[in-house]
Each structure stands twice: as C-alpha cells, then as structure tokens.
Design a protein around this ligand. Sequence first.
Ligand code: COA
Ligand code: ZN
Length: 308
Amino acid sequence: MTGDISFGALPAKAEVIEVCSRDGFQNVKTFIPTDVKISMLDALVGAGFKTIEVTSFVSPKAVPQMADAAEVMTDFKRKRPDIEAVALVPNVKGAEKAFQSGADTLNFVVSASESHNRENTRRTVEESLSELEEVCRLRGDKKGVKIRVSVATAFFCPFEGEISRGAVLKVIDRALSLGCDEIGIADTIGTAHPLKVLDTLKAVRERCPAEEVVLHLHDTYGMALANAMTALFLGYRRFDAAAGGLGGCPFAPGAAGNVATEDMVNFLERLGIKTGLDLTKILSVSHSIPDRLGVSLCGHLAVTRIPS
Ligand code: COA
Ligand code: ZN
C-alpha cells in the first residue's frame, strides 16, 4: 500500500476526550471500588476536560468492573452538569440505563468486523445496527442527548485481520441515515498504521464532517501518534486518550492500552495545537494510577525521568 500524506495546515485547536474511566478501568481485572473511580474522575476533571467518557452500561456478567456504572454516572452529572459525560453502550438496555443516569452522549459500539462484534456483543453487525435503530427511536424525545456510533475494529480485527473500508462505511452510512450525531473510528487493537488510516479516513471524510468524528487510537504497535498526525493532516481534531495509557477491549485479544492522554496532549501542544488542558495535572493523575488502581503505567511521558 502506498499513499500520499500531504503536509497541509495543522489545526490551531484540538479536543482530547479522556476515556480512562471507561476503556482504562474495563481492562483492570480486580474491581475498583466506586469511591476510587469517583475520586479519579474528580482528579481528571481538574485538568480541564470538556468531555469525559465516564463509564459503560454493559452487562455486569460481561464486564464486572462496570457494574457500578449508574452510580458513577449519577455522581458525575450531579457534580458537573457542564461537562459532557459520555457513556458507552452496546444495546438498548445499556442505552436506557445511560438515559436514566443523565449521560449527555451515548457512545454506541458496533464493530466493522463480524467476528469481533460477535465476541464483544453476541450480535451480528446487522443485529447491532437494528438495535441502534431502536436506541435512536428512544432518544427521539430526549433532545439534547447525542448519539455517537463508534466503529470498533475499524482498521484491523484480531480474528479477521485487515478490515476493508467498505465494512466501516457500511456502519457509518447506517448511523448517519438514522440521524446519529457523531461517528467514532476505533483502532481497537492498536495495529493500524498511517497509510491504512489515510485510506479509511479519506473515505469517511466524504461522508461526514471531521468535527463530527472522534478518533480512538490504541498504541499496541507504537503508531497511535503517527496515526493521529495523519488524521490531523486530513482535518480531524478530536481524539480519545486514556490517562496513564490504560485500556484495552477485554474481547479483543492482544490489544494494548490507549494512547496515553499525557502523550497526546504533549504531542499536540508541541505541534502548536492548543488543547486547553493542564499537562502537569494530567501527569499527576497518571502518576497516581499505580497506587490508586494497582496497575502499571504505559505510554511514554508518565514513565520517563526526563523532565518535560
Ligand atoms: N447493562 C446491564 N445489564 C445488561 C445489559 C446492559 N447494557 N445488557 C444485558 N444486560 C444483562 C441482562 O439483563 C441479563 O441479565 P440476567 O442474566 O440477570 O437476566 C444479562 O445481562 C444477559 O443479557 P443478554 O441480553 O442475554 O446479553 P448477552 O449475554 O447476550 O450479552 C451484551 C450481550 C452486549 C450485553 C454483552 O455482551 C456486553 O455487555 N458486551 C459489552 C462488552 C464490552 O463492554 N466491551 C468493551 C467495550 S467496547
Ligand atoms: Zn478502546
């Protein structure tokens, strides 16, 4: 595969969405007490995030870590009506719980790959899309609540290998036809590379404006920031990231963590792209993760001893 990544203008601003309390926590094997989850969110808020993916409303049998989603979301929205709280949902039941708990945005996940969708949600892609239709119908009278449809395994799948952009566009076209507000493009297993990202995002750009798209990049092969750079040159400027580089889908074998928030913010700011976030505060939250959660840090900035 060859490609021409032209070096166009970079944006002046970008948005980083913190997802540690969803994608990060879901991959921690021992249950994190609810008060620890809440105190970590309190600390993250202090860094200035406008949008945080707070939790996921999924089956507690599938992901026991998220059994306290309603409590965490309710606490979050009670304290911070002004911060956009995102909740990942895989089905109607999750959407109903997210609506009840006051989530501002539902992040409905559908994989481009049939095999991963089945592992993750026990549904075919078509079944998930039918369920999305029902979620959109339920949202009808809840104006103000946004629906983002995130296409998981958008580049590579742990079971099927390379994913065609046609499979990604199929999910996106359906989501847009249902009136969904945003699209997420997820490198769930973190093996995408810039030319693959270029190929898919160029096609996505024909379908919906870049400001309605969020990139979700894991860093298994260490190319998440290179992929982000590719996306920036194409006009995309909204990125998920997880403090401490935590994360990984429990149903995608081999997936490493997300791009670390501190690495993403450092990268963007050094490119002269404003994030409005306080890197020192983010780093201090990330450095607290081993004590708070009993897991090791990933990423770069949080583990280096070179002063930033
Ligand atoms: N939230 C809470 N509970 C849920 C739920 C949700 N969104 N969806 C289903 N449940 C409950 C059901 O009530 C049922 O409970 P019961 O056994 O006590 O009656 C149980 O979970 C099984 O329900 P069912 O509809 O048969 O679901 P399933 O077993 O086919 O599982 C999913 C399907 C989608 C719910 C499950 O695979 C899931 O939660 N997947 C998400 C995986 C994930 O979080 N991946 C990482 C993020 S991408
Ligand atoms: Zn993820």
